[in-house]
Design a protein around this ligand. Structure first.
Ligand SMILES: Nc1ncnc2c1ncn2[C@@H]1O[C@H](COP(=O)(O)OP(=O)(O)O)[C@@H](O)[C@H]1O
Ligand SMILES: Nc1ccn([C@@H]2O[C@H](COP(=O)(O)O)[C@@H](O)[C@H]2O)c(=O)n1
Length: 579
């Protein structure tokens, strides 16, 4: 009986190390958290501004990603803060929470959006502006626009198809490219903003625009709809001020455009969509109570949707224990020799040198066995005697080991000993001490990972939470499940079931499988202790922990010190194919 469901194996288009050239994005677009200058000005008439927030000229659209938590090593992004699971305990991706903000021009939509972002205090927020989706104008329309004769306030002015596709992708956590719009030239820039790290960046998307509630398809994607309702005279006053200072316009043209297009459009298209709103915010960005309400609601939603992967895995483990082992599970033959090696490394009295020596022997056996599971094809070679030998060769020549830092790194040398051209990638996953959940902290993969056969390396698989995250990352980088194998010296039965349930095509290869998992500590029983601690000799100095699968924290404050004398993390030579 096959107890494992079929998995869609979704893979998102994303590549961390794609080395593509990205245009230098003007500071304004790169982050919403860059603070606006606040100055005191005397022009506080009509409630427009007091104090006036002087914005830099906004010549272009505001779609952008908040990605301060990602720093770069060369062109390779590094995750400097832990990304909690973006999928559930079955490996399925969880959708982002999308807030739609609608309202007339200059009603304060952008201001409200930015204030929500500040209040939310979630680093994983992306702003998407409808301005980015103005259609590209023909030469004739360009002339009309210059003469204030083109209707930018009609639904036809927007590329709804592209907008819908972009929003759908953002909701699914996929990478998107956003056109940049220039209000001065009425045209798209030749380059786009690639919201590059959306995949592990956005769990909240804020989408704002004058027609954001006009399309039924878009409405369906919005989890929360907010309408910013600001008096028409204030909107006009703000628009005058903004269009002159930020969009290079003249008063006469602004008034002409307003009376001819902006006002009728508001009355005809925009105001009626107020009926779709869950919340109407009078006065826009100055309405702190409304901003607080929205932020609180979103925080609650995020909390409720919060993925408790590890927790759920531990609770599921009892049910899973009785299942037959999946067909994707491979264990080396349990010979007396293999048992002998395990006896040494499992013995608490084995000293570090012996531990390293004998675990390395086991690793070699593990890799030889794992490589034998890769597909082969027939070949013939000529021997020195001039005779033909009918042999085999691997179908995949590119093999990549992706180690789950830190314990997984111990397996790297053994991999390159048996497969000398293996590429190496690394993933650092740690347990959040407050939530107990795994978090992604660091990721470095070869650029062409999707074309390789990937061996995920970890010393032990206990709950399977870290392995689940590592596999999800690889799928997100377009590595198909069929080309992923998870290699470990010791696994728990529960961990195997967890992985096989979520990813039924991923191979799990090991040298031993223990049946028990301690619910309190998460340790495999009888187990071998904390592999990384014993291997790196850190078991007595309070610095420790390997992956989410080893229950102790790195040093209590979650910081990571990668380069111990034995740790190959410092060996950058192995990052093949990276720039
Ligand atoms: N509460 C406010 N008080 C004063 N000026 C504001 C306020 N809200 C927005 N503005 C200004 O009005 C202009 C339009 O605001 P914005 O948030 O960009 O509106 P929208 O995105 O709806 O077009 C901007 O120049 C902004 O600085
Ligand atoms: N080339 C363009 C494009 C759009 N507009 C006006 O922008 C308004 C929408 O932007 P908000 O930030 O105010 O929501 C819309 O009312 C258009 O009239 C423009 O003037 N020139």
């Amino acid at each position: 009986m096959n107890t494992y469901r079929q998995h869609s194996g979704t893979s998102n288009s994303d590549s961390d190390n794609d080395g593509e050239k990205h245009p230098k994005i003007p500071e304004r677009q790169s982050s919403v958290t860059s603070k606006r200058r606040v100055t005191f000005s005397s022009n506080n008439v009509n409630g427009i501004s007091s104090p006036t927030k002087v914005r830099p000229r906004r010549l272009r659209t505001t779609s952008r990603s908040i990605d301060e938590r990602i720093s770069f090593c060369g062109r390779n992004p590094i995750y400097t803060a832990g990304r909690p699971a973006w999928y559930d305990a079955s490996g399925e991706i969880k959708e982002a929470f999308v807030i739609g903000i609608c309202g007339g021009s200059s009603s304060g939509k952008t201001t409200v959006a930015e204030n929500i972002v500040e209040k939310l205090n979630v680093p994983w927020v992306t702003l998407l502006s409808m301005d980015s989706f103005y259609k590209v104008l023909t030469a004739q329309q360009h002339e009309q626009a210059k003469a204030t004769n083109y209707n930018f306030d009609h639904p036809d002015a927007f590329d709804f198809e592209l907008l819908l596709e972009t929003l759908r992708n953002l909701k699914m956590g996929k990478q998107v490219e956003i056109p940049l719009y220039n209000f001065t030239t009425h045209s798209r820039e030749t380059y786009t903003v690639k919201i590059k790290k959306i995949l592990y960046g956005a769990n909240v998307v804020i989408f704002e625009g004058i027609m954001s509630f006009v399309s039924k398809d878009i409405l369906k994607l919005l989890d929360m709809k907010v309408f910013v309702d600001t008096d028409a005279d204030i909107r006009l006053a703000r628009r005058l001020e903004r269009d002159i200072s930020e969009r290079g316009r003249e008063v006469e043209g602004i008034i002409q455009q307003y009376t001819r297009f902006v006002k009728p459009s508001y009355d005809h298209y925009i105001a009626p969509t107020m009926a779709y709103a869950d919340l109407i915010v009078p006065r826009g960005g100055e309405n702190q109570i409304a901003i607080d309400l929205i932020a609180n609601h979103v925080n609650r939603e995020l909390h409720n949707r919060g993925v408790k992967v590890r927790n759920e895995l531990v609770h599921r483990s009892d049910i899973m224990c009785d299942l037959p082992m999946p067909s994707t599970f491979y264990i080396i033959e349990q010979t007396a020799q293999v048992k002998y090696l395990h006896t040494i490394i499992r013995n608490k009295d084995t000293d570090r040198d012996e531990f390293i020596f004998y675990s390395k022997r086991l690793m070699r056996i593990l890799f030889e066995y794992a490589l034998s599971l890769l597909p082969f094809e027939n070949v013939t070679v000529e021997t020195p005697q001039g005779l033909i030998y009918h042999g085999k060769k691997h179908v995949y020549s590119d093999v990549c080991g992706v180690s789950i830092v830190r314990a997984g790194e111990c397996l790297e040398p053994a991999l390159t000993e048996v497969y000398k051209d293996a590429k190496i990638g690394k993933i650092l996953i740690q347990t959040n001490q407050q939530t107990g959940e795994p978090e992604l902290h660091y990721l470095r993969l070869p650029r062409d990972i999707a074309n390789t056969y990937v061996l995920i390396l970890d010393a032990t698989i206990a709950t399977g939470a870290a392995a689940l995250m590592a596999i999800r990352v690889l799928l997100d980088h377009n590595v198909p499940q069929e080309k992923i194998a998870l290699l470990s010296l010791l696994v728990s039965k529960q961990g195997v079931h967890t992985i096989a349930y979520a990813f039924p095509k991923v191979k799990i290869v090991t040298t031993a499988c223990d049946t028990q998992l301690d619910h309190n500590t998460g340790f495999i029983c009888p187990g071998l202790g904390n592999f990384g601690d014993r291997y790196f000799g850190t078991d007595f100095i309070g610095y420790s922990s390997d992956t989410d699968d080893t229950p102790t924290s790195i040093n209590g404050n979650g910081s990571f010190q990668p380069c111990t004398p034995e740790s190959p993390l410092s060996d950058s030579r192995k990052f093949l194919n990276e720039s």
